[in-house]
Design a protein around this ligand. Structure first.
Ligand SMILES: Cc1cc2nc3c(=O)[nH]c(=O)nc-3n(C[C@H](O)[C@H](O)[C@H](O)COP(=O)(O)OP(=O)(O)OC[C@H]3O[C@@H](n4cnc5c(N)ncnc54)[C@H](O)[C@@H]3O)c2cc1C
Length: 523
């Protein structure tokens, strides 16, 4: 019997397989297609996703095929800029650029290659999931293999990473909350000849034009993405025919100046499953939620699902936590995805207005709301912290993403903090707030609770060598220190997926917070 069976080997299934594989769980993956889906989909992912890719060991490989995501403007009826998505200033909280542009199939290929090096991940490509049977201690999967033979397979848990039409979601009978966005769009990826790139916008643009709402995104190298909303009169059968694509592209680029790489028609939805967990079955990625792509968050949200599930499954399967913690998956992820999907829909509604009078009113309203000026939005502020779940909500920082600075240890310099810490709970403390004679007690407590202790020393001092579970680090850009001090904390307990479990405001709270966490895991 496998620990975990995953159905669907898109970006979410592949990432989850890698995360579980790195946690030494036995994983089987069933994917009905033999090849990676080649059509145009994600062209962007954020720093949370990059942090996960770093953990999977593929960030260096990815660097060759991605670029920083450019700023994005929304252009209104009279070509005025209605709103402007900016990026946060340096130093970046996770050290990585806040957002990248990419080519989804290349990203998937890199993750898959990394997974192939793990002997505890068993891949079954060309195998179609048919149905499951739930038992008290396992799930039995019925699979049609690549030779059309019916097979069965047992696993403790089953994760449906099987995309928007999710057969697993259907079998469980989980409905989707409809946030009421439903539009047909045509998506075109172009390879533009170098000498014509300069005639295109050098930022990403949402053309909020009633005659044909459309999008242009600057992707890596000479790759440019256009998305066009369909309008009455469009023939959906022939809309991705070559001559139609050139007609749509005429305002930007002409035949001979670029080559059509790939094109597809999609129906953009805003749907979120009511439940993401039922007995031994979970939904992750597009099977649990679909969002219009205007914030570039569909895949990113699915990757967050994977990160949230992986450590919880490991804790439960290795008896370090009661299976009740699995309930917090929906509690944490669903409100987070709901909020982001609503925002993406709002962006979609701004872009998609087809009535000229209403579009002009929209422009005036947006300027009026911002004192006649363009509204600036920080893209990274759009993902909310957790509102509930396995966090100590009464403490500062709880439910937020903990930063990842470059740190120095006694023998390493400028190393990403996650690369030298363990994938377990961490107690991160400002060293100057801790009495050296308090340390043995803290260490004893941490060993018994399987927590790594990280002491952040003052800038300008040197980290000294310490015995595990204690690690001493310094940082030069004050990212961690500023985060803790701004929240009035002397430290924080951080979960394996880098979300803050609880902020700690005084040394007296450390023991109580660790006990509280241990109880929560086992109750
Ligand atoms: C035009 C467009 C632009 C987008 N832009 C962005 C962006 O910039 N940033 C971003 O983050 N997201 C973006 N997205 C969203 C992103 O592409 C998806 O969210 C992501 O692909 C979902 O990944 P997944 O692994 O959950 O599902 P999928 O990639 O759909 O994978 C599901 C897999 O399950 C398999 N499967 C289904 N049924 C079975 C079965 N019965 N047996 C076995 N296997 C099965 C399928 O073959 C498939 O491979 C965009 C999407 C579109 C359409």
């Amino acid at each position: 019997m496998y620990d975990v069976a995953i159905v669907g080997y898109g970006p979410v299934g592949a990432t989850l397989a890698g995360l579980l594989g790195k946690l030494d769980l036995s994983v089987v993956v069933f994917e009905k297609s033999k090849d990676i889906y080649p059509k145009p989909r994600a062209v962007g992912f954020d720093h949370d996703a990059m942090r996960l890719f770093q953990h999977l060991g593929v960030s260096e490989l990815l660097k060759h095929s991605i670029e920083p995501f450019r700023e994005e403007i929304y252009v209104g009826v009279d070509d005025r800029v209605l709103q402007h998505f900016k990026h946060m200033e340096k130093p970046f909280p996770l050290t990585w650029q806040p957002h990248f542009t990419c080519n989804q199939p290349s990203v998937e290929k890199i993750i898959r290659n990394a997974n192939e090096g793990m002997s505890n991940i068993h891949l079954s490509l060309g195998s179609e999931f048919i149905q499951f049977e739930n038992s008290a201690d396992h799930v039995l999967l019925h699979i049609k293999d690549s030779n059309n033979k019916l097979q069965t397979c047992k696993a403790q848990y089953l994760i449906g990473c099987d995309g928007a039409s999710s057969p697993i979601r259907r079998q469980v009978g989980i409905g989707m909350e409809n946030l009421d966005y439903d539009e047909h769009w045509i998506v075109v990826d172009m390879k533009v000849k170098e000498e014509f790139l300069h005639q295109l916008p050098n930022v990403n643009v949402q053309y909020c034009k009633p005659e044909r709402p459309s999008t242009m995104i600057c992707c890596p190298g000479n790759h440019r993405r256009w998305e066009f909303m369909t309008v009455p009169g469009d023939n959906l059968e022939e809309i991705v025919a070559e001559h139609r694509i050139w007609e749509l592209l005429r305002p930007w680029i002409q035949p001979g100046q670029a080559e059509i790489w790939r094109a597809a028609a999609y129906r953009f939805h805003a749907l979120v499953a009511y439940h993401w967990y039922d007995k031994r079955i979970f939904l992750a990625g597009d099977s649990a939620h679909q969002t219009p792509p205007f914030l570039g968050q569909g895949m990113c949200q699915g990757l967050r699902d994977a990160a949230n599930l992986a450590w919880k499954l490991k804790h439960v399967i290795s008896n370090r936590a009661h299976e009740n913690i699995l309930k917090t998956y929906t509690q944490e992820r669903r409100p987070n995805v709901l909020a982001t999907t609503k925002l993406a829909k709002e962006c979609g509604l701004i872009i998609s207005e087809r009535d000229l009078r209403k579009a002009k009113e929209r422009d005036e309203k947006m300027f009026a709301e911002n004192n006649g000026k363009t509204k600036f939005i920080l893209r990274q502020n759009l993902i909310p912290p957790f509102e509930s779940g396995l966090i100590n909500l009464n403490t500062p920082l709880a439910g937020s993403v903990f930063p990842q600075p470059l740190v120095n240890t006694f023998n390493q310099s400028n190393i990403l903090m996650d690369d030298i810490t363990k994938p377990c709970f961490k107690l991160v403390l400002l060293e100057e707030k801790i009495n050296e004679n308090e340390l043995p007690k803290i260490i004893h407590l941490s060993i018994s609770s399987n927590i790594e202790v990280i002491l952040l020393k003052l800038d300008g001092t040197r980290a000294t060598e310490r015995d595990p579970p204690l690690l001493e680090v310094t940082e030069t850009l004050h990212i961690l220190r500023n985060c803790l001090q701004a929240a009035g904390c002397i430290g924080a307990i951080v979960r394996p997926d880098h979300y803050v479990y609880s902020g700690i405001v005084s040394i007296l709270e450390i023991a109580a917070s660790v006990y509280e966490l241990s109880n929560r895991l086992l109750e």
